[in-house]
Design a protein around this ligand. Structure first.
Ligand code: XUL
Ligand code: CO
Length: 433
């Protein structure tokens, strides 16, 4: 045991009226919701980067956290892993996620960075033997180091493309070795700052080719997890190529990868793209590319990607409704891509942020499940489209404009508008949240 969380007990479910701060009020892992244990529905993951690698900086100030594992040595990387697995255990977290750069010190060259990653991967594997926590996904940080400033696979310099390919290979190997359920690509620098120096078309082709290589490598090593792209419209780049789910789908179709790659949808990124979280999830499920989610919330006033822990279950219920309606996660899960505020210095803050986030999601899941089981909303939706169930309506879809026009004239078609019943349905929804 390390000293870091020394007085903090394991968090257990104690019911909604528990006065204990270190208790779940809604997240009861063994409780069965719609025929499945809550833990298996939600598949919570802790994000290594925010909780263990982030120093607390913002655009105006640097480090605020003073963690005993901060530094660039392998010993400190191992201490960080010890503390991380202790936190996973306190929370009963079934999964975690990490970038190479969160887990290992940067080496003097690629070979040294790769060796460091392999060593820490072995260390993770040993820790996982004594832990219930599994790997939801691994990924490569190809946005922090200055080599990535003009992009990774979209960099105008082919040497950076090469470095990116080698980096992703190493991270996919690590993810595979740890039995990861997915591999994620978030392209924070895959975009541009100014069109004056950018060849959009060439960069898209390089990104498409790179992604095809990732898919080929997945098959070559027999990795059976899903490859996921994480959309985001901007920040850090002015304009990012993986803008939102619709943009990613168009990109995947263009390069013939729509059956091979899915999406990891983040709440805050959806908001930055001008969408709701549930819109992005519903679109992805309808396109057959829903993979996983990064759970957090943004500050709605600042317009930044503030990555706060979720605390509004009514808002998240809309997202879980879409996930449940589509049959739930397969390889995906609920990764807390969320960080405590830079003034939240205490070890307790890290634990309680996750407890609150897990409870918020559990409450949201239960509300969404209750509404789905009630069936009223789905019945109303079905009824709204019921006209399409007739043979005539179905035949029209196989017809053509001239024939349809003749039919409209012959039957003197004059549609009567019908209420969309939005407020009634909102009232129905509110009965469950
Ligand atoms: C950045 C972001 C990343 C990805 C993984 O906004 O969400 O943390 O989730 O690289
Ligand atoms: Co994310």
């Amino acid at each position: 045991m390390t000293e870091f969380f020394r007085d903090i007990p394991k968090v257990t479910y104690q019911g909604a009226s528990s006065p204990n701060e270190f208790a779940f009020r809604h997240y009861n892992p063994d409780e069965v919701v719609m025929g499945k244990r809550m833990e298996d529905h939600l598949r919570f993951a802790v994000a290594y980067w925010h909780s263990f690698a982030w120093p607390g900086g913002d655009p105006f100030g640097g480090q605020t956290f003073d963690r005993p594992w901060f530094g660039d040595t392998m010993d400190l990387a191992r201490l960080k892993a010890d503390v991380a697995f202790e936190m996973f255990d306190i929370l009963g977290a079934p999964f975690f996620c990490f970038h190479d750069a969160d887990a290992r010190p940067e080496g003097a060259n690629f070979a040294e960075s790769q060796r460091n990653l392999e060593e820490i991967t072995d260390y993770f594997a040993a820790k996982m033997e004594g832990s219930k926590t599994r790997l939801l996904w691994g990924t490569a940080n190809m946005f922090s180091h200055r080599r990535w400033m003009s992009g990774a696979s979209t960099n105008p310099d082919p040497e950076v493309f090469a470095y990116a390919a080698a980096t992703v290979k190493g991270c996919m190997d690590a993810t595979h070795r740890l039995g990861g359920a997915n591999y994620v690509l978030w392209g924070g620098r895959e975009g541009y700052e100014t069109l004056l120096n950018t060849d959009l078309g060439q960069e898209a082709d390089h990104m498409g080719r790179f992604l095809s290589m990732v898919v080929d490598y997945k098959h070559k090593i027999g990795f059976d997890g899903a490859i996921l792209i994480e959309p985001k419209p901007q920040e850090p780049s002015k304009h990012q190529y993986d803008y939102d789910v619709a943009t990613v789908y168009g990109f995947l179709c263009r390069y013939g990868l729509e059956k091979e790659v899915k999406v990891n949808i983040e709440q805050g990124h959806a908001i930055l793209a001008g969408h709701s979280f549930e819109h992005e999830i519903a679109l992805a499920t309808s396109l057959g590319i829903f993979g996983s989610i990064d759970m957090n919330r943004n500050d709605y006033q600042s317009g930044w990607d503030t990555d706060q822990f979720p605390n509004n279950h009514a808002e998240k219920a809309l997202a879980f409704y879409e996930i449940l309606r589509a049959g739930g996660y397969t390889t995906g899960g609920t990764n807390f891509d969320a960080k405590i505020r830079r003034q939240s210095l205490d070890p307790e803050d890290l634990i309680l942020a996750h407890v609150g986030g897990m409870d918020t999601c559990a409450r949201a899941l239960k509300a969404a499940a209750a509404c789905l089981e009630d069936g009223g909303l789905e019945a109303a939706r079905k009824e709204r489209y019921a006209g399409w169930e007739t043979p005539q309506a179905q035949a029209m879809l196989q017809s053509d404009l001239a024939a349809i026009s003749a039919d409209v004239l012959a039957r003197d078609v004059n549609p009567e508008p019908r209420s969309g019943r939005q407020e009634r349905l909102e009232n129905l929804w509110n009965r469950f949240v």
